[in-house]
Design a protein around this ligand. Structure first.
Ligand SMILES: [Zn+2]
Length: 336
């Protein structure tokens, strides 16, 4: 074997080694990429944020919006309540429609809260809220895509995801609330009807003592997501939202509002339950503006599946932290 031939073989061997290394590296890259995109394995009892699908949440919002206006006390609201109950049942979640009468500035009206219940392996309860009614008196063309279609669609998607994780480490109550919007101005008989009713019931029947957190979603679909947590939320839950947003890599989309916001979380706070309101109260044509809110511009083209997915995944991360927290002494004892 001549020197040249030996050199050829050496070169070929080098080429082979390089090729093999390339194949190994490519395989590792593909495997790594595939692994990153597949749902990650999560510890037993923990929830996987990647299971939240923003497109599914968006589709749920669209189905609700397509039903037409859903002002409290109207046939449209009743149709929406039945639709939400059907969507919960379709996801394998037991649904209950709680119908009640309440006074309004225009006399007594019928309201309906839709509850989805996922029983868990613990006494502790986490309540997830969205209102589903639309504001009356704006325009025949008002569809409430962000207020309240977005949060209703996302809550239905979260119910689907939580139903997949069995047995869940907490009792989850999904409450789709009626009558959040006021007719004139927020008073004790105008607005927040569904939340006042549910919080009152939970206080009377003792469930309020077992509530670890109440998480309200409202106006969470804005394509330009900028969550503004109102200051009348429980401080520990505000910290939990920021921590979860940091873990999800979206901390810059979450800030503290300059003040409080009167919304469905308020009756739960008043009844002694820790509560937080995840709301984007900058819904408009330019940053800092809110000119799509309660106008005919609140349409489906202004909401985004990406924003719904972001908020949904942050909520799942919050739930994982809550599941990991030991019971507070106050909630351990039995009935007094
Ligand atoms: Zn509203």
């Amino acid at each position: 074997m001549g020197r040249r031939r030996r050199q050829d073989l050496k070169n070929r061997a080098s080429i082979c080694v390089v090729a093999v290394v390339c194949v190994i590296l490519a395989a590792a890259w593909i495997a790594g990429k595939g692994f990153r995109h597949a749902p990650r394995a999560v510890a037993a009892g923990r929830l996987n944020p990647e299971l939240v699908d923003g497109r599914k949440a968006f589709d749920e919002a669209r189905l609700l919006i397509d039903l037409g206006p859903r002002h409290a006390g109207t046939d449209g609201a009743e149709r929406a309540a039945r639709h939400i109950a059907e969507r919960l049942e379709a996801a394998g979640v037991k649904a209950i429609i709680e119908e009640f009468r309440d006074s309004t500035p225009r006399g007594e009206a019928t309201f309906r809260n839709v509850l989805g219940v996922i029983p868990g392996a613990s006494d502790r309860i986490v309540v997830l809220l969205s209102h589903y009614d639309t504001k009356a008196g704006i325009s025949e063309a008002f569809v409430g895509a962000n207020d309240s279609g977005s949060s209703t669609g996302l809550l239905l998607e979260l119910a689907r995801v939580l139903r997949l994780s069995e047995p869940p480490a907490r009792n989850f109550i999904f409450a789709f609330l009626d009558g959040e919007e006021c007719l004139d101005a927020y008073t004790k008989n105008d607005g927040l009807h569904g939340s006042r009713y549910l919080a009152g019931r939970m206080k009377v029947d003792g469930r309020a003592r077992d509530v670890q957190a109440v998480i309200l979603l409202d106006m969470v679909g804005d394509s330009d997501l900028s969550v503004t947590l109102p200051r009348n939320s429980s401080p520990a839950l505000i910290s939990l939202v920021f921590e979860a947003a940091r873990e999800e890599g979206v901390r810059e989309k979450f800030s503290l509002a300059p003040g409080g916001i009167l919304d469905d979380h308020a009756p739960f706070l008043a009844a002694g339950m820790p509560a937080v309101n995840i709301i984007d109260f900058q819904y408009g044509s330019a940053p800092g503006k809110n000119d799509y809110w309660h106008t005919v511009h609140d349409t489906i083209d202004h909401i985004s599946h990406r924003s719904l997915q972001t908020v949904g995944r942050v909520v799942i991360r919050m739930l994982n932290t809550l599941i990991g927290q030991p019971a507070a002494p106050a909630s351990r004892g039995g009935p007094p």
